[in-house]
Design a binder for this molecule. Structure first.
Ligand SMILES: Cc1cc2nc3c(=O)[nH]c(=O)nc-3n(C[C@H](O)[C@H](O)[C@H](O)COP(=O)(O)OP(=O)(O)OC[C@H]3O[C@@H](n4cnc5c(N)ncnc54)[C@H](O)[C@@H]3O)c2cc1C
Length: 479
C-alpha cells in the first residue's frame, strides 16, 4: 500500500497544474490518471486560447481566475516551462455599430476584472492589422493580453516539471473505489490500477467524471453536464489568414464561433456549443461543420470548406455557469476542482494556487523545498525554428536530418525525445511533436513512428496503440 499527503485524481491541465504548484513543497504527491497518458481528456480537445479574461461576469470565479491564469502564463510559466506561448491578442468584432454599447460593456466588465490594455478599434485599425476580415465587420474590442499555446504540450510541460520535483504520475490508474479511513493521519483509501493508496488529502480534478469521483468519496453534491464543441482545423498554408484570435459578440451560453490562430500555425474555426447527455460523444457532425463555417465566414469570407484538413470535438465539463473549487464539508480532506469549462486551460495555474490555499487553510503544511526545479528545458521542434538553427542542430546530431514526418518537419530525434519524455501511444507522439498532424494524417510516417516506438519501448508492434488498449493498429503482423 502506498501512502501520501495529497492524491490528485486526473492528469488534465487542472490536475497537472495543481501537482506542479504543490511540488514546490515538502509533500508526497500522487497524480492518478485513468488514461494511458496525461492530457487525454478534455485538455486535449480545445482551442488552445489563453484568454484575456473578457466575456466573463465580473463577479465570477472563472473571470477572476482567468485573468490571473493569463498573467501567470504570460509572465512566468511560458518562460519557466519553455512553452510556445504566442501573445497574438484577441478581437471581439461587431457587424453593426449599433452594437458598440455591447462592446463598451464587455470592456468595462473586463476592466473591473483587471484585464489590461482593452481598446475599442475602428475599421481602419482592423484593415491595417487584420486585412482578411470581411466587409460586414465594423469595429472590435482589442485585448492585447490574449494568446495561444499548444494545450497538450502545456499539460506535458506541467507534468514533466511536477515529476522533476518529485510528483509521481500513475497513468492507466482509474480510481474505482474510495473509502474513508482514520489511521496514521490518512483519511481516504483509494483503489486505482490494482493498487491501494492512503492519503490525507484528496483532490478531485477528474474533469467530465468529477461528479463520479465526488460521489465515490462521499460528497455527491454536483452533476457534470457535458457541452460539446466541434472544431475544424485549416491547412497550415492558410496560416497567413489571421493574426489575432477573432470572436463575435458572445451569447448567453457561448463565446460564439471563433477564428483562431493556433500556436502551431494552422488556423482553426469553432467551437460550437451544444449540451449533450453523453460523456463519450466526441462525434463531429454536418450541422457542426455548417455552423462553424457560417460563423467564421461571416467574419472572414475567404475561408472555405476545402481549407479544412481535420476536425475534432471536445466536451466542456460544465456544472452550472461557474467553476466549483472548494473543500467538501461532507468529506473532510476532499478538495473539488470541478466544472472547469472554458476558460479552464487559461485559469489552471490560478486554480492551482487557489487549491493550494484551500489545502493550507485546512491543515496541509506547505513547507517550501530547498530545491524547487522551477525551469523545464524546452524541447527542440524543427517546425518552430529557422533553417540556420536546424542546420546547426543537424551538424551536432545528424539524426535531426532524418525527417520522419514530412508534412510537419519532425525528425527522428524529436520522436525519440517525445518517447523518453513519456509518450506511450501514437497520439502521445503526435501531441508532443506534431508528427501525423499534417495533411496526410500520418499516412506517410505512422509505420516509421511505430518502428521507433518498438525500439525505444521494447514492445512488439502489436502492442503499440493509437490512444491506449483497444486502439492497436497492427494485429499479429511483423514490420
Ligand atoms: C471545445 C472546447 C474548447 C475550449 N477552448 C478553451 C480555450 O481556448 N481556452 C481555455 O482556457 N479553455 C478552453 N476550454 C476549456 C478547457 O479545455 C478545460 O477547462 C480544461 O481542459 C479542463 O481540464 P481538466 O483538467 O479539468 O479536465 P480534463 O482534461 O478532462 O482532465 C481530467 C482528467 O481526469 C481523468 N479521470 C477522469 N476520471 C478518472 C478516474 N476515475 N480515475 C483517474 N483519472 C480520471 C480523465 O481521464 C482526464 O484526463 C475548451 C473546452 C472545450 C471542450
Amino acid at each position: 500500500m502506498e501512502t501520501c499527503d495529497v492524491l490528485i485524481v486526473g492528469a488534465g491541465v487542472t490536475g497537472a497544474a495543481i501537482a506542479r504548484e504543490l511540488s514546490r513543497y515538502k509533500l508526497k504527491i500522487f497524480l492518478l490518471e485513468k488514461e494511458v497518458e496525461a492530457a487525454f481528456g478534455v485538455s486535449k480537445s480545445n482551442s488552445g486560447i489563453i484568454h484575456a479574461g473578457t466575456q466573463n461576469p465580473p463577479s465570477s470565479l472563472k473571470g477572476r481566475l482567468c485573468v490571473e491564469g493569463n498573467r501567470l502564463i504570460r509572465e512566468e510559466l511560458s518562460k519557466d516551462l519553455g512553452l510556445t506561448f504566442v501573445q497574438c491578442g484577441q478581437l471581439i468584432v461587431i457587424f453593426d455599430l449599433k452594437d458598440l454599447p455591447a462592446l463598451e460593456k464587455i470592456k468595462k466588465e473586463g476592466g473591473e476584472l483587471g484585464v489590461k490594455g482593452l481598446e475599442i478599434v475602428d475599421r481602419a485599425w482592423l484593415d491595417a492589422r487584420e486585412p482578411n476580415l470581411g466587409p460586414e465587420v465594423k469595429a472590435a474590442l482589442y485585448a492585447p493580453t490574449a494568446g495561444i499555446v499548444s494545450p497538450y504540450r502545456f499539460v506535458y510541460a506541467l507534468v514533466e516539471n511536477a515529476a522533476a520535483n518529485g510528483v509521481e504520475l500513475k497513468t492507466s490508474h482509474k480510481v474505482t473505489a474510495i473509502r474513508r479511513v482514520d489511521e496514521g493521519g490518512a483519511r481516504f483509501e483509494v483503489e486505482a490500477g490494482g493498487e491501494t493508496y492512503r492519503t490525507r488529502f484528496l483532490v478531485n480534478a477528474a474533469g467530465l467524471f468529477a461528479d463520479e469521483i465526488s460521489a465515490l468519496a462521499g460528497a455527491p453534491s454536483f452533476k457534470i453536464t457535458p457541452r460539446k464543441g466541434e472544431e475544424y482545423l485549416l491547412d497550415k498554408k492558410r496560416g497567413h489568414l489571421v493574426n489575432h484570435i477573432i470572436f463575435p459578440l458572445p451569447s448567453e451560453n457561448s463565446k460564439g464561433i471563433l477564428i483562431i490562430k493556433t500556436s502551431d500555425g494552422n488556423p482553426m474555426i469553432g467551437p460550437t456549443a451544444h449540451e449533450t447527455g453523453d460523456k463519450a460523444d466526441l462525434s463531429t457532425t454536418d450541422e457542426g461543420l455548417a455552423e462553424a463555417l457560417a460563423g467564421a465566414r461571416r467574419m472572414m469570407p475567404s475561408i472555405s470548406r476545402g481549407d479544412i484538413i481535420a476536425y475534432f470535438a471536445g466536451l466542456r465539463p460544465a456544472c452550472g455557469r461557474d467553476f466549483v473549487i472548494r473543500r467538501e464539508d461532507a468529506a473532510p480532506g476532499l478538495i473539488t476542482a470541478a466544472g472547469i469549462q472554458s476558460p479552464g486551460l487559461t485559469a489552471a495555474p490560478a486554480i492551482a494556487v487557489m487549491a493550494a490555499d484551500i489545502l493550507k487553510t485546512h491543515g496541509l503544511g506547505l513547507e517550501p523545498k530547498k530545491e524547487f526545479h522551477r525551469l523545464r528545458p524546452r524541447p527542440a521542434h524543427l517546425f518552430q525554428i529557422p533553417p540556420e538553427e536546424t542546420k546547426r542542430l543537424i551538424a551536432k546530431n545528424p539524426a535531426y536530418g532524418d525527417i520522419v514526418c514530412r508534412c510537419e518537419m519532425v525528425s527522428a530525434v524529436e520522436i525519440r525525445d517525445a518517447i523518453k519524455r513519456g509518450a506511450r501511444t501514437l497520439d502521445g507522439v503526435k501531441f508532443r511533436t506534431r508528427a501525423q498532424s499534417g495533411r496526410c494524417h500520418g499516412g506517410f510516417c505512422t509505420t516509421r513512428i511505430i518502428k521507433i516506438m518498438r525500439e525505444e519501448l521494447g514492445l512488439p508492434v502489436t502492442e503499440i496503440t493509437k490512444r491506449g488498449p483497444g486502439s492497436e493498429l497492427i494485429k499479429g503482423e511483423r514490420i
